[in-house]
Design a protein around this ligand. Structure first.
Ligand code: PLP
Length: 366
């Protein structure tokens, strides 16, 4: 894929980038989402001035907004999560970034926000990775996490889609997502709270979905679990997804099931990539509803051998234990199963340039 940027960014040099010693110390143990690189990209949209303008890359710094700023009141906000990886030859690479650009615009349409031209989105991300390439962690499993987002910046308290927006990209050096590393996670079934309903915003990557997930997520943590799994809003029966990860169920006959994209589930790019990799492996993958009762029965009978949670942040993680009001059950040995380990190795290998890339997913930067 050609990647000569078409967007002309105004460059504002950072007056005091972080010194090498401090940056290197952070990169030794980056954590997740706690440290940020020196720069950010920003562009502004004004419906009355012909759309997107002023693409700028400059120091990452606080932005000031008017107290009547629309996002603070009506939550018109969307985001993406993607990573840049270092390849063995020292270059950086993105993984299916055009999918993030497209999903960003699908989210924008749902939230009555303007689309960001795909070229602007991709150029912004690439420009930031190139500018802050010295922030790429070298630690095992490390990467540069990229957070493109957009919010309504118009100062106006009437209820209608705003006429002004800001599109910003920031970057954060990250290690592994879960503190436990690649160990299996324990999951709490949310029976009192739902994440999304038909006709709602579940398929959009918008902050409000996360806001709605925080209470059940906090309850799951308080009960000693890592994550919460949501059921459908109507029957409270069909397994949907975690707060930020999609699910796959693998059976002893080599078949795999993942919940279908019916509008309440976020269409994960990791999910889509795993569907392809599983089909490459000759597995019979079906996108069909799977109930919580079936999940328990299949885990208990041994028909279900693995459950995988997947997303950009944690890649592919085994679900070892599931607990809810009606008791708990474990899956397989309670650890990371063979298929999970194999797919995780395959996908991270493609992303990091140590495995062939048969689907042309990797976009290399110089
Ligand atoms: C971002 C996200 C995912 C995972 O999507 P990826 O593209 O694989 O990172 C899954 N569920 C929710 C709710 C999300 O916000």
């Amino acid at each position: 894929m050609a990647d000569a940027p078409n967007t002309k960014f105004t460059r504002i040099p950072h007056p005091s980038p972080m010194n090498d010693t401090r940056r290197e110390a952070i990169l030794q143990d980056p954590g997740f989402g706690t440290s940020f690189t020196d720069h950010m990209v920003m562009a502004e949209y004004d419906a009355d001035k012909g759309g997107w303008q002023n693409p700028t890359i400059g120091p990452r710094e606080p932005i000031s907004v008017d107290p009547a700023c629309a996002v603070l009141h009506y939550a018109q906000e969307i985001f993406e999560g993607m990573k840049a990886y270092r390849h063995p030859d020292g270059t950086s690479a993105l993984f299916r970034p055009e999918q993030n650009a497209r999903r960003f615009n699908a989210s924008a349409r749902r939230m009555a926000m303007p689309e960001v031209p795909e070229a602007l989105f991709l150029d912004a991300v690439k420009e930031l990775v190139r500018t802050d390439r010295n922030w790429m962690p070298q630690v095992e499993g490390g990467s540069l996490y990229l957070r493109p987002f957009m919010f309504a910046s118009e100062a106006f308290l009437g209820v209608r889609p705003a006429r002004q927006y800001k599109f910003i990209v920031i970057a954060s050096p990250v290690g592994g997502y879960f503190k436990k590393g690649a160990k299996a996670v324990s999951i709490w079934v949310s029976q009192d709270y739902v994440r999304a309903a038909q006709g709602g915003t579940g398929a959009a990557k918008t902050g409000g979905n996360y806001a709605a997930s925080l209470v059940p997520q906090a309850k799951a943590i308080a009960k000693g679990h890592d994550q919460v799994v949501f059921l459908d809003a109507i029957e409270r029966k069909w397994v949907e997804e975690l707060g930020g990860m999609n699910l796959f169920f693998a059976f002893d006959d080599g078949s795999v099931v993942t919940p279908p994209l019916t509008g309440t589930i976020l269409p994960g790019i990791t999910r889509d990539s795993l569907l392809s990799l599983m089909r490459d492996e000759g597995l019979a993958v079906r996108e069909e509803p799977y109930s919580i009762d079936q999940w328990r029965d299949d885990a208990t009978s041994g028909r279900l051998v693995e459950t995988m949670a997947c997303g950009t942040a944690a890649v592919v993680t085994a679900v070892g234990e599931v607990a809810g009001r009606d008791g708990s059950f474990s899956i397989g040995s309670g650890g990371t199963g063979q298929l999970t380990a194999k797919l995780r190795a395959k996908l991270t290998g493609i992303q990091r340039g140590t495995e062939p890339d048969p689907h042309g997913w990797v976009v290399r930067l110089d």
